[in-house]
Design a protein around this ligand. Structure first.
Ligand code: FES
Length: 321
């Protein structure tokens, strides 16, 4: 079976701290008392909150610190249980998380980096700022929030050695609001832009950057919307090579569901392209990747697919199941 389950780690909540209205930080330590797996700036972990409920949170601490992980969590008004459960955590609570994954890698050799976070989207950028400061690379760090009062981690960031690189932009203080024409003007080939936040915010910043002449390959984004994955599209054929069956996958149904109907069982967990449980080897064909688990490089290699949500850009896919 070429399906691969992600590594899981048992952790304990060491601290849960209210950072601002609606935002907590949670410090996790390994349940066995040892070090946690190494990670790099921009990484996130999957948190297995309860069966069928998995959420991704960025690591927002110092990437050199493997004695604990720190997460920042916004209580979502639209919470379907994830952020509410995370906000209810107390010290001593046990959790299972996935090993860190990075779909938002920092290019440490860039001549300059501009980090722009909207609201809780600040969290992966915090680890990037800490790292860039460690390796003495120039950067600007823009924090956009509805109000100063709701800007979690701002005071802490201002007190870091890189505090003088911080820019605060608040909707209730118009003179300070982020302006692409001012802050993203005159892009040069050595500068990379990192944007994380709500979808509308990211669309605004990246759209503005492109209009100002930024090259798409120098704009890096990450979003953690737990929206339902779009499973619509043309019908395609899947051949399960080792099982010896061929099925048709219609619009609105996943490969995993259709194969399950034919007694080919691929383990799934989140069914949203988040956790990696269902990742399966592709022998032939071109996937239409709709997950947020595989990295861009993994997606481009066309060698693996999240069968809980992804579809096909070729008429037929052959899978190693
Ligand atoms: S089941 Fe989680 S990525 Fe497919």
């Amino acid at each position: 079976m070429m399906n691969r389950a992600p590594k899981q780690i048992d952790v304990i909540v060491a601290e849960a701290t209210l950072e601002a209205e609606g935002v907590v930080s949670v410090k996790l330590v390994a349940a066995d008392g040892g070090d946690l797996p190494p990670w790099d700036a921009g990484s996130h972990v999957d948190v297995y909150i309860e069966p069928g409920l998995i959420r991704q949170y960025s690591l927002c601490g110092d990437p050199r610190d493997v004695s604990s992980y720190r997460l920042g969590i916004l209580l979502s008004e639209l919470s379907r249980g994830g952020s509410k459960a995370m906000h209810a955590l107390d010290a001593g609570h046990r959790l299972t998380i996935g090993a860190p994954r990075n779909n938002f890698e920092l290019i440490e050799t860039a001549q300059k980096s501009i980090l722009i976070g909207g609201g809780i989207g600040i969290t992966p950028l915090m680890s990037m700022a800490i790292r860039l400061n460690q390796i003495e690379q120039p950067f600007e760090f823009h924090y956009c929030a509805r109000s100063y009062r709701r800007a979690a981690f701002l005071q802490e960031l201002m007190q870091e050695p890189f505090g003088y690189r911080m820019w605060g932009h608040f909707d209730d203080e118009p003179p300070q609001m982020f302006s692409p024409d001012v802050h993203l003007a005159a892009p040069d080939a050595g500068t990379h832009l990192y944007v994380c936040g709500p979808t509308g915010f990211m669309d605004f910043v990246t759209g503005s950057a492109l209009a100002l002449g930024w090259a798409p390959e120098r704009i890096h984004t990450e979003s953690f919307n737990a929206d339902a994955v779009d499973e619509t599209g043309d019908t395609f054929t899947v051949h399960a090579a080792r099982s010896g069956i061929t099925v048709e996958v219609p619009s609105g149904r996943s490969i995993a569901e259709v194969l399950f109907d034919h007694n080919v069982r691929i383990p799934t967990s989140c069914a949203q392209g988040i956790c990696g449980t269902c990742i399966t080897t592709v022998i032939d064909g071109v996937p239409d990747h709709r997950d947020s688990y595989l990295t861009d490089a993994e997606k481009e290699s066309n060698t693996e697919i999240a069968v809980c949500c992804s579809r096909a850009n070729s008429a037929k896919l052959t899978l190693d199941v």
